[in-house]
Design a protein around this ligand. Structure first.
Ligand code: NAI
Length: 419
């Protein structure tokens, strides 16, 4: 490993370039931001440490930040990186990247450490592992950091808890909370790519199968609606009455997990919580149940307990492990319980990541001028920025809006007029 990066194989770079360019075609908002960044160079001289899923779309974000003048070090936010993309970033685009598919926890944390070694002024995180390492083991580098951004729900939960305990040392923009992020990326991106991952791993027909979605947040809504679209009978489990009610009115059956596990053929956890499916659940499942996770960390399934209980474990197809329980029942776990859309498929389609990463790029630009006014807390993306991204996306899609008439503007601003 050197300062230029740590990737699997330089020979994969060309394949990576082709795929990065393929994604770029679907990222018109980021392309526009990149063109402006090239002209204005707003990030000139700034160092950014980024810990994100290393995908073709992330590569396009890195190229945008570089076009803006930033020096970047990128590492993976889980062991599911794409080796050809990582290789292209280092060997074709000169962006320090530390990511190897299947890396063990020790290498994973060494890679995070390598991005901190550049002494960044900004952090860009997905799941808050980078921020956590900076605040615990690498306090030496924290004085240089001005601010950061966080991509996902799980990271924001961790950062809010740091802020509550007074542990957070610099302000963070919650990219996930932008409407142009979670309404599209979490819902349509996770919805489609999670199903894609399950299908690539299993080649199962969804039509007519009982498909259980655990958690009806933004990701769960997307997964449930896409599974229904393919003809599955969708069952939802929830712990919060509001999303549970929404799932009922959306036409899904809602029931507690101990009942759902007896009925399901295919399971997906998308809660951001720990041990949502544990040993008691696995024991009650049907023979041949297929179980996957699309939540951020691989803790949603209690695989340690399942492994201890199992008589045998064997790989039956790529991304499919068969656990045989003492009575002979078989449970199939996909992608070792890691995000199935990244393990067995290619993560979100570029078109939704276009908006998520536009929030990242414009978020860092915003922090450049506004970080001084912010305390060490978690802040939403400014509404104006969110709206600007939606406007640019609509423009790229060739969709036009109506505008309010002066009469309508006056009406909406007044309270005197009734019937
Ligand atoms: P959310 O907060 O909108 O929804 C999570 C839902 O799970 C909530 O409604 C909550 O009440 C429910 N829940 C919590 N514990 C539960 C339990 N034990 N049983 C049933 N339901 C439970 O979060 P969002 O945005 O849907 O994200 C969910 C997870 O997916 C997070 O870890 C997030 O980081 C991750 N994520 C994954 C992506 C991917 O590419 N696979 C993309 C975006 C987010």
């Amino acid at each position: 490993m050197n300062a230029q990066g740590h990737v699997k194989d330089p020979k994969l770079a060309e394949a990576g370039v082709n795929r990065i360019e393929w994604a770029e075609r679907e990222m018109p908002v980021l392309r526009q931001i990149r063109a402006r960044f090239e002209r204005e160079r707003p990030l000139r001289g700034k160092k950014i440490a980024a810990c994100l899923h290393v995908t073709t779309e992330t590569a396009n974000l890195m190229l945008t930040l570089k076009a803006g003048g930033a020096e970047i070090a990128l590492c993976a936010s889980n062991p599911l990186s794409t080796d050809d993309v990582a290789s292209a970033l280092v060997h074709r685009y000169g962006i320090a990247t530390f990511a190897i598919k299947g890396e063990d926890p020790e290498t994973y944390y060494q890679h995070i450490g390598a991005t901190i070694d550049i002494h960044p002024q900004f952090t860009m995180d997905d799941g808050a592992d980078l921020v956590t390492v900076l605040h615990t083991k690498r306090g030496d580098a924290i004085q240089h950091v001005i601010a950061g951004t966080e991509e996902t729900t799980t990271g924001i939960i961790r950062l809010r808890s740091m802020a509550r305990e007074g542990a957070l040392k610099y302000p963070i923009l919650a990219v996930n909370d932008a409407k142009t992020k979670h309404l599209f990326d979490n819902r349509y991106g996770t919805g489609q790519s999670t199903i894609d991952g399950i299908l690539r791993a299993t080649n199962r027909l969804l039509a007519g199968s009982a498909f259980v979605v655990l958690g009806y947040g933004w990701c769960g809504r997307g997964v449930a609606s896409r599974a229904r679209g393919l003809g599955a009978h969708v069952i939802v489990t929830e712990v919060d009455p509001l999303p549970a009610l929404e799932a009922v009115m959306d036409g899904f059956r809602v029931m507690p997990a101990p009942e759902a596990v007896k009925q399901g053929d295919i399971f997906v956890t998308v809660t951001g919580n720990i041990h949502v499916l544990g040993l008691e659940h696995f024991r009650s499942m049907k023979d041949g149940a297929i179980v996957s996770n699309s939540g951020h960390f691989n803790v949603e399934l209690d695989l340690d307990a399942l492994r201890k209980e199992a008589k045998s474990v064997r790989t039956v197809r790529p991304f499919v492990e068969e656990y045989t329980l003492p009575g002979g029942k078989r449970i199939f776990i996909l992608g070792e319980g890691r995000l199935i859309n990244l393990a067995a498929a290619e993560g979100h389609p570029a078109s939704v990541m276009d908006m998520s990463f536009a929030n990242q790029a414009l978020g860092v630009e915003y922090l450049l001028t506004h970080a001084k006014e912010l305390k060490a807390n978690v802040y939403p993306i400014p509404v104006a920025l969110d709206q600007e991204i939606a406007r640019l996306k609509l423009e790229a899609l060739g969709v036009r809006l109506d505008t309010l008439t002066p009469e309508q503007i006056a009406y909406l601003a007044s309270w005197q007029q009734g019937t």
